[in-house]
Design a protein around this ligand. Structure first.
Ligand code: RIB
Length: 290
């Protein structure tokens, strides 16, 4: 069983600040770092560190070769990573004194994915393999449709939310893993229980996992609603916490775990990630999670 992450790689420009800057305000940052990130890259590293054979497909410019190197250092196959003339994706990330973040994205090379690239990549995968995708590249809808047609197990982290996500056939996914902001946009605003119910009704066929930040996560196991508390740790930087959760959760589920155990393991991995700075660099190994 192979896992393919077809997704984004970003250069994260991270500014540590007292607070998230307000409209019209100019604020000096306390520190600056240039890190490897992108929801695709982070989730691929999480899957690989959890123990999955992981492949990556996506696009960078020459400025992003260090992102490809990082994937390879984590044992991830990069045969389907393409380097072109468009600069790499970039994220401006503000992290406040409580570890909360605000992110502005420039898609760059991530927005150069094409249907031809999708066909070429998916020809190496088939039934039994996992596709994990997000919403930071072009042709996301086509990728989801093609992966279903190829018989892959498909997990979608519909993040960030954009208007065209409403047109994606999300009900054909095996897994939808999303947070409350995404749940409110795609399902219904309300309590987490109401949100989960609305998403399950709208996207019947997909199993929904709702992440709730410091309030943990929830998902259904048959008729039973499983609630997982978050693991309390000193928070340094919440960037990539959701990505870490997603990778460790899917690795557990693809290896026969039940939902409760998978949510528990994912919560522990995410807790380690928020206790460290950075995105890809904050993701723990399976030994640390053990
Ligand atoms: O989920 C965190 C990621 O979102 C960051 O690494 C940033 O690049 C954005 O894609």
């Amino acid at each position: 069983m192979k896992a393919l992450v077809f997704g984004s790689m970003n250069i994260d420009c991270v500014y540590q600040q007292d607070h998230i800057v307000c409209p019209g305000e100019t604020l000096s940052s306390l520190s600056f770092a240039r890190n490897a990130g992108g929801k695709g890259l982070n989730q691929a590293i999480a899957l690989a560190k959890a123990g999955m054979e992981t492949w990556f497909a996506g696009n960078i410019g020459e400025d992003g070769l260090f992102l490809k190197d990082l994937l390879e250092k984590n044992g991830i196959r990069t045969d389907f990573v393409r380097t072109g003339e468009t600069p790499s994706g970039c994220a401006i990330i503000q992290v406040d004194k409580n570890g909360q973040n605000a992110i502005v994205l420039y898609g760059g090379a991530n927005q150069t994915a094409t249907e031809a690239q999708i066909s070429e990549t998916l020809s190496a995968f088939g039934p039994g393999d996992l596709l994990l995708m997000q919403n930071e590249i072009s042709c996301g809808r086509e990728l989801l449709t093609a992966a279903r047609a190829a018989g892959m197990t498909v997990a979608v982290n519909p993040s960030p939310v954009s208007p065209d996500l409403l047109l994606w056939p999300l009900e054909t996914a095996d897994w939808l893993i999303l947070n409350e902001i995404e749940g409110a946009a795609l399902g219904k605003d309300g309590t987490p229980e109401e949100m989960l119910e609305a998403l399950e009704k709208k996207y019947a066929g997909a199993r929904v996992v709702l992440t709730l930040g410091e309030d943990g996560s929830m998902a259904r196991d048959g008729d039973h609603l499983v609630r997982q508390a978050s693991v309390r740790v000193p928070v340094v930087d919440t960037t990539a916490a959701g990505d870490t959760f997603t990778g460790f959760f899917l690795h557990a589920m693809m290896n026969g775990s039940d939902i409760a155990d998978a949510l528990d393991r994912a919560a522990r991995a995410a807790a380690i990630a928020v206790s460290r700075p950075g995105a890809g660099a904050s993701i723990p190994t399976r030994d640390e999670v053990d």
